[in-house]
Design a protein around this ligand. Structure first.
Ligand SMILES: Nc1ncnc2c1ncn2[C@@H]1O[C@H](COP(=O)(O)OP(=O)(O)OP(=O)(O)O)[C@@H](O)[C@H]1O
Ligand SMILES: [Mg+2]
Length: 301
C-alpha cells in the first residue's frame, strides 16, 4: 500500500516526470497505486518500464528493491532460507535461524520485479502466497512476512523464453500496457533530455534519425523492432562520430556511420526477408532510401 502522505503526490500533475508522454499509462498507474493494487507493466523492451517503476519509488518511498527475473532464481534467493549453522546454534525453530531474503529489504518501499514471467512457477507461487497472506512456506517452515511494499512487476509480451504466468497469479494483478513514445516530437524530446550531449545536433538531423527508427517500427518486414534505446544510440553515436572528426556539429555522414552498429542487431527480420538479406544489408538499404531533401533545405548545422 502507498503510505497516506504519498497519496497526495499522485494528484500532482507531474508525478512521474521521468517519463515523457504516456499520459494514459501514468493515469492508470496512479489509479492502481491509489487503490493499493499489485501491478504488472507489460511492454516491449526499452520503452521506459524500469524508469517508470523507479519514478514510483521517487514519490518518497524509503526503499526500492529490484529483482531481475530469470529461470534459475529460487524461492530461497528471494524469500530467504534456514541457515543450518545458525539453526544448530539457536535451535531450528528460532527466528535467528532464518536468513532473510531480498524481499525484506523492500519493506515500506517498492518491490520491482523485472521480467516476472521468466521466473520458475514455484517462485511465482511463493510470491503469490506472500502477496495474499503475508506468509510463505519454506521447506517445513511457515514464515511470516510482516512486510509492506508496493509490488510492480514487468513482463515482456513476446518473450519465448518465459514461463507463462499462471492464471491464479495474473488474477491478482492489474496490467498496464506501455507503448513506444506516442509521437515523433516526444521521442525527440526524450533524446534531448536523456541522451548524452557531446556536441550539437540540428533539429533536422534529430527529426531524421527519430523518423527513421519510427519507420522501422512500423515496417511489416520486422519481427523485432528497434526501441527507444536505438534512437538514443543513434543520437549519441552520431555525436561521437562528429567529435572524432574534429567537429562540433553532427553531419548526415556522422549519422550514416552510426546506423549499422546501432540498429542491425536491434531488429529481427521476418522469415520471408531473412533468407534474402541480412540485418546489416537491410538497415543499409533502408537508410539509403530516406529522403534528405528537408535536411538540405534546412542546412546541417
Ligand atoms: N517515454 C519515455 N520517457 C522518457 N524516457 C524514456 C521513455 N521511453 C524510453 N525512455 C528511455 O529509454 C531508455 C530505456 O528505458 P527503460 O530502461 O526504462 O526501459 P525498459 O522498458 O525497462 O526496458 P527493458 O524491457 O529492456 O528492461 C531509458 O534511457 C529511458 O530514459
Ligand atoms: Mg527494464
Amino acid at each position: 500500500m502507498l503510505p497516506e502522505k504519498m497519496k497526495g503526490r499522485l494528484f500532482e500533475k507531474d508525478s512521474f516526470s521521468d517519463i515523457l508522454g504516456q499520459e494514459n499509462v501514468k493515469n492508470e498507474l496512479k489509479s492502481a497505486l491509489l487503490a493499493g493494487r499489485n501491478i504488472i507493466v507489460v511492454g516491449e523492451p526499452g520503452i521506459g518500464k524500469t524508469t517508470l517503476a523507479k519514478n514510483v519509488a521517487g514519490l518518497g518511498m524509503k526503499n526500492f528493491i529490484r529483482i531481475q527475473g530469470s529461470p534459475d532464481l529460487t524461492v530461497e534467493d528471494i524469500l530467504g532460507d534456514i541457515d543450518p549453522v545458525r539453526a544448530l546454534k539457536h535451535g531450528p525453530l528460532s527466528l535467528e535461524a532464518f536468513q532473510k531474503g531480498k524481499i525484506f529489504k523492500a519493506d515500506k518501499g517498492v518491490l520491482f520485479f523485472d521480467e516476472l514471467n521468466r521466473c520458475p512457477e514455484k517462485l511465482q507461487n511463493a510470491l503469490l502466497q506472500v502477496l495474499e497472506e503475508k506468509k510463505a512456506t519454506l521447506g517445513s517452515y511457515d514464515v511470516d512476512f510482516d512486510i509492506d511494499f508496493i509490488f510492480i512487476g514487468t513482463m515482456n509480451p513476446e518473450d519465448s523464453s518465459t514461463e507463462k504466468l499462471s492464471d491464479v497469479l495474473l488474477d491478482r494483478f492489474d496490467v498496464i500496457y506501455m507503448h513506444y513514445p506516442e509521437t515523433d516530437a516526444i521521442e525527440r524530446q526524450i533524446l534531448k533530455d536523456r541522451g548524452k550531449q557531446l556536441c550539437t545536433v540540428s533539429e533536422g538531423l534529430l527529426q531524421l534519425m527519430v523518423r527513421f527508427v519510427r519507420q522501422l517500427r512500423e515496417s511489416d518486414d520486422l519481427e523485432k523492432k528497434p526501441s527507444v534505446r536505438a534512437s538514443l544510440g543513434l543520437y549519441e553515436r552520431s555525436q561521437a562520430n562528429a567529435l572524432l572528426d574534429g567537429r562540433k556539429n553532427v553531419s548526415f555522414e556522422d549519422l550514416k556511420k552510426a546506423v549499422v552498429s546501432v540498429l542491425s542487431h536491434r531488429i529481427r527480420l521476418k522469415p520471408s526477408i531473412k533468407y534474402l538479406e541480412s540485418p546489416v544489408q537491410y538497415i543499409t538499404k533502408q537508410f539509403s532510401l530516406i529522403d534528405v531533401s528537408d535536411l538540405e533545405k534546412g542546412g546541417e548545422g
